[in-house]
Design a binder for this molecule. Sequence first.
Ligand code: PEP
Length: 255
Amino acid sequence: MTHRKKLIAGNWKMNKTPADAVALAREIVAAAGQRTDVDIVICPPFTATESVGKVLDGSTVKLGAQNLHPEKSGAFTGEISPDMLRALFVSHVILGHSERRALFGETDAFINLKVLSALKNQLRPIFCVGETLAEREAGATLKVVQTQVEAGLEGVGREAAADLIIAYEPVWAIGTGKVATTAQAQEVHAFIRMLLAKLFTEPVAQKIRILYGGSMKPANAPELLAQTDIDGGLIGGASLEARSFGELITAAAAK
Ligand code: PEP
């Protein structure tokens, strides 16, 4: 089996002024030290991208964004293009987060354009999928995830696919304190890897990291991260504090 280096990514959402973001980024850089056994990404809000990028310069922590617009430039008031992110040395971008889907009406088709644009512009997508509670209770989890994966990745070539990072985030577990059981999470992760193998071949699927997201905390991380197909975490709440985020990095390194 291919060894996949674990990845811990922090999604700060709409939190932290630039000054607060710089302070947190400094603490995270200190907590990360020079470690290279885990990949670490932090995704501050756009207003702090540049200042946090300066803090990360020379560290092992990579800079991510929380969204992008697929076009290069133009009349898209309020949006941020891939070129703008690249100019600030952003390397990763969260796409298709359930909050963007639910609160801002992002469709699978629009998310697909973003994924294709990110890959074309040398940004690594952290592409999020996951079912709602109603969908899980209706027994539709795998069907929903399959539709999101297939629609969101349409047109992605086999070579570019190796740059993908997928995040499985059951919507009912995000910010609720309700974490998926390890069995629930592993089942969906293995299913996603099977879909990736169908789309891109088995060797490519074995290279793609699939993160779990949804109330991951230092207390529940070791068990989740020990699962065969869980290759790291996309962390919301616990990424807003250097101590808990640092503990998650340590937990990932131990696996
Ligand atoms: C997220 O929003 O991606 C997330 C996983 O949030 P939390 O860790 O707070 O559940």
